[in-house]
Design a protein around this ligand. Structure first.
Ligand code: GDP
Length: 454
């Protein structure tokens, strides 16, 4: 028995709003608030098909003419009886409709509660459920692709297969451990070594993918350094022109911390201190690059811009010094003008140099190809095998380590229970990824970070 939850699943302000209802009482609640135009009840209509009808308030007043769909358990997102109502998105319509659902046995859903139910009802494993939030917040097509493959079970499937092979192996060993007088078949040890070796390799590479996963999930903080007039703003504009940009005006902050994000293929560059790059009449801001240099400390990537049509200045030397030893690209700008810059000096300090004209766009292709390779995303496959959750990465690394320890035990002729103990440790860690071995606390913590309605 599950209680019935309801929530608005769409962001406020849109023309259309979606209300989701799930649980044993979903049929009763939705039948009370939605009346199909052709008579009968929504729950008697073909499931998964949109039905046109009227949406009613608690008192029976018609709030809207809209669409609704019915999904019968277990063939729904949560695995429970579910309805989705697509109505107009005004707070009045959505609020009144929700109130009517609440008056008919539903209650407000908590954050991620629909997905939590999907996980509990076996519609997806925990890694898949976590990927749902990644998909909701994905900022690049590649991040979305990776997350949707994980929802479909890419990580869960791989981990489950490895876990199954370890469980089977441990079962064989248990049989031996339980009859200590019998000789151990050397073939068993050989087989175990093969399984453990393969599992450790796969698990380490999955855990390591988290480095890239963080990049696709959080983006790369990036700063453009360069002396006044080198072409920093022009370069930013050219990058923005290459890919569509989003300007996020973070609530409660000033213009200075407006964050501009630029999608460069699979990489989301989070440009730091772009306010400093804008045209300004402030003489201090115009002359000094100190502020940008200070910002560079927080950057994971530096685009150091030099004016290729001019000699190196003291300010350029400061930019070189600040880029030293960092993940940096020297961008030699103004390639459409005669080159005057002493490139030899730049070459001594930068492993990556690109010549561009922010004005004509020449060379921008090379720059946008280079950026993904700087963060390990060139040629990356976004098939779900990139881990984006720190929790999963830690559990995978632990499982890999325990497999390696079990392998060592098997190779060095230790007693079978040593192999079993480490292999069981690995099985437990893998269960944390799939959700077979997690506490209620961990589950609650995961879904707390979800949006309401998902
Ligand atoms: P910032 O002070 O470093 O942000 O430099 P701006 O982007 O404002 O550019 C300074 C000047 O250089 C402006 O007049 C730009 O039009 C010019 N500029 C920028 N990039 C190029 C380029 O690639 N070629 C040429 N010819 N001029 C450029």
């Amino acid at each position: 028995m599950s209680d019935t939850i309801a929530a608005v699943a769409t962001a406020p302000g849109g023309p259309i709003g979606i209300i989701r209802v799930s649980g044993d009482g979903a049929a009763r609640a939705v039948s009370a608030v939605f009346q199909p135009k052709n008579g009968g009840s929504l729950v008697d209509a073909s499931p998964h098909k949109l039905v046109y009808g009227t949406l009613h308030s608690r008192k029976g007043a018609v709030l809207d003419c809209c669409l609704a769909a019915w999904m019968r358990a277990p063939h729904s997102y949560t695995g429970e009886d579910m309805a989705e109502i697509q109505c107009h998105g005004s707070p009045a319509v959505l609020g009144e409709a929700l109130a009517a659902l609440f008056a008919n046995g539903a209650r407000q859903a908590g954050p991620g509660e629909f997905t939590k139910r999907a996980f509990i009802n076996g519609k997806m494993d925990l890694s898949g459920a976590e990927a749902v939030q990644e998909l909701v917040t994905a900022q690049t097509a590649q991040a979305a692709q990776n997350a949707s493959a994980q929802i479909a079970g890419k990580v869960g499937g791989t981990v489950q297969a490895l876990r199954d092979s370890l469980v089977e192996m441990v079962a064989h060993f248990h049989a031996v451990v339980d009859f200590p007088d019998e000789d151990i078949d050397p073939f068993l040890f050989e087989q175990a070594q093969e399984i453990l070796h393969r599992a450790a390799g796969t698990l380490y590479s999955l855990a390591e993918s988290y480095e890239r996963g963080r990049v696709i999930r959080d983006g790369v903080p990036c700063v453009i350094l360069g002396r006044p007039n080198a072409g920093k703003s022009s370069l930013l504009n050219a990058l923005l022109g290459c890919e569509r940009a989003i300007v996020t005006d973070q609530p409660g902050t000033t213009r200075d911390v407006i964050e501009e994000t630029v999608r460069v293929g699979p990489v989301l560059l989070r440009m730091l201190d772009t306010a400093g790059l804008r045209d300004t009449d402030d003489p201090v801001e115009k002359i000094g690059i100190e502020r940008a240099l200070a910002t560079a400390n927080g950057a994971a990537m530096i685009l150091a811009v030099f004016d290729g049509s001019d000699m190196l200045s003291d300010e350029d030397l400061m930019v070189i010094a600040r880029s030293h030893g960092r993940r940096a690209i020297a961008v030699i700008n103004k390639s459409d003008l005669p080159d005057t810059l002493d490139l030899a000096k730049i070459r001594r300090h930068f492993d990556h140099i690109v010549s561009v004209s922010a004005k004509t766009g020449e060379g921008m292709d090379a720059l946008t190809k280079l950026i993904p390779s700087m963060v390990g995303l060139d040629g990356a496959v976004f098939d779900g095998s990139i881990i984006t959750s720190a929790r999963q990465a830690a559990a995978l690394a632990r499982a890999a380590e325990r497999c390696e320890e079990a392998l060592f035990a098997a190779q060095s002729g230790m007693t079978p229970d040593a192999v079993v103990m480490d292999a069981e440790g690995a099985i437990a860690a893998l269960g944390e990824v799939t959700g077979q071995n997690v506490t209620e606390d961990v589950i609650s913590k995961i879904f707390e970070n979800f949006c309401v309605g998902k």
